[in-house]
Unconditional design. Structure first.
Length: 266
C-alpha cells in the first residue's frame, strides 16, 4: 500500500484539479493529514505502478499483506469509490446525482433526494457444541478454506432472528444461546456490515443436515484441528493449498475462531 504525500507528477499532475474533484475522503485525518482516495483505474497500469513504486494487487489478496490499520482503510476507500461509480443516477427520477465535496453523499439534480453509501447487515456466527466448533465452506471459497457461517439479514429481521434462521437453514441446528463478539465492515463483493457472534447448540442435538445448495461442506472441528490451522499461514495461491486453512486475520471470522480457542482453553 502506498500513501502518496508528495506533489504528483506525470499523468497524475496533468489531471490534478480533476483528480481532486473526483477524490473522496475515507475518514478522519491520519497523523494530522487529511486522506483522500482516488480511482486511478483509467490510467495506464504500468505507468501508475512506476509512479507509485509498487504493483497493483487484488483487494482480497492485499488483505493477506496489509497491517491492522491499513486493511479497514483500504476496504472503506474501495467501497466508497465503488458506491460513487454505481450511484450516478436517481432511482426515483432517473436524473443524474451529484456528489458533495467530501464524497459522503449524492443528491438528485431534479428531486433533491439525498443518497448515502450503504452497507448490508450480515450476521456471522461461530457455532460450538462445547467441545467442537462448526465451520463451513462455499464452493466459491478458495480450496481448503473454511469459515464461520454467515447470512444477510432479511428485511425487518433482528440480529437474533437472522442468526437462528441462518444456522437452521444452512446446517439444520437449533441455537440454544448466543453472545455478541464484535463487528466489521467487509467490502467483498459489496459492502456488508458484519455482526459477529458466538452461538452454542446442545451436544445431544449436533447432527448436521447441510444445505448443499448453500454450502459445499460444513463440519465439526476439534480444538486441536483449529489450533493447527491457526498456525498454518493462509494460502496465497501457487502450489496445492493445505486441506484445511482459515480466513486471513483481518476477517472477523478469524477473530471469532481465535476467541473460541481462547475461551475453550481458559
Ligand atoms: N469477514 C468475514 O469474516 C466474512 C466471513 C464470511 C462471509 N463474509 C461475507 O458475508 C456476506 C454474506 O455471506 P454469505 O455466505 O451469505 O454470502 P453470499 O454472497 O453467498 O450470499 C448468499 C445469498 O444472499 C443473497 N444476497 C446477496 N447479497 C445480498 C444483500 N445485499 N442482501 C440480501 N441478500 C443478499 C444472494 O441470494 C446470495 O446468493 C458476504 O458478503 C461475505 O463476503 C465475511
Amino acid at each position: 500500500m502506498r500513501f502518496l504525500n508528495e506533489e504528483p507528477s506525470g499523468n497524475l499532475q496533468n489531471h490534478r484539479t480533476q483528480n481532486l474533484r473526483r477524490a473522496v475522503s475515507p475518514g478522519e485525518p491520519r497523523n494530522n493529514q487529511a486522506q483522500f482516495c482516488l480511482d486511478i483505474g483509467g490510467l495506464d497500469q504500468a505507468a501508475a505502478e512506476e509512479l507509485c513504486g509498487g504493483t497493483f494487487v487484488d483487494l482480497r489478496k492485499s488483505f493477506f499483506l496489509l497491517s491492522g490499520a491499513e486493511a479497514p482503510l483500504v476496504a472503506k476507500a474501495q467501497a466508497l469509490l465503488r458506491w460513487h461509480k454505481t450511484s450516478g443516477f436517481c432511482s426515483a427520477t432517473g436524473q443524474p446525482t451529484h456528489r458533495n465535496q467530501a464524497g459522503s453523499q449524492r443528491t438528485c439534480s431534479s428531486s433533491a433526494i439525498i443518497y448515502y453509501p450503504k452497507m448490508s447487515p450480515v450476521v456471522i456466527v461461530l457455532v460450538s457444541d462445547g467441545e467442537r466448533c462448526l465451520l463451513g465452506r462455499q464452493a466459491t471459497f478458495p480450496r481448503g478454506m473454511y469459515s464461520a457461517l454467515a447470512g444477510f439479514c432479511d428485511m425487518g429481521e433482528t440480529l437474533e432472528e437472522t442468526l437462528s434462521r441462518e444456522v437452521a437453514e444452512e446446517v439444520g441446528l437449533e441455537v440454544k444461546s448466543f453472545s455478541f463478539s464484535s463487528s466489521q465492515h467487509w467490502p467483498f463483493p459489496q459492502s456488508s456490515f458484519m455482526m459477529a457472534c458466538h452461538a452454542s447448540v446442545s451436544p445431544a442435538h449436533s447432527q448436521l443436515c447441510v444445505d448443499h445448495s448453500e454450502l459445499e461442506d460444513a463440519r465439526w472441528f476439534s480444538q486441536q484441528e483449529v489450533l493447527s490451522a491457526l498456525q498454518t499461514p493462509p494460502h496465497r495461491g501457487g502450489g496445492a493449498p493445505p486441506p484445511f486453512w482459515l480466513p486471513p486475520k483481518h476477517a472477523v471470522a478469524h477473530r471469532l475462531i481465535t476467541e473460541w480457542i481462547q475461551n475453550t482453553r481458559s
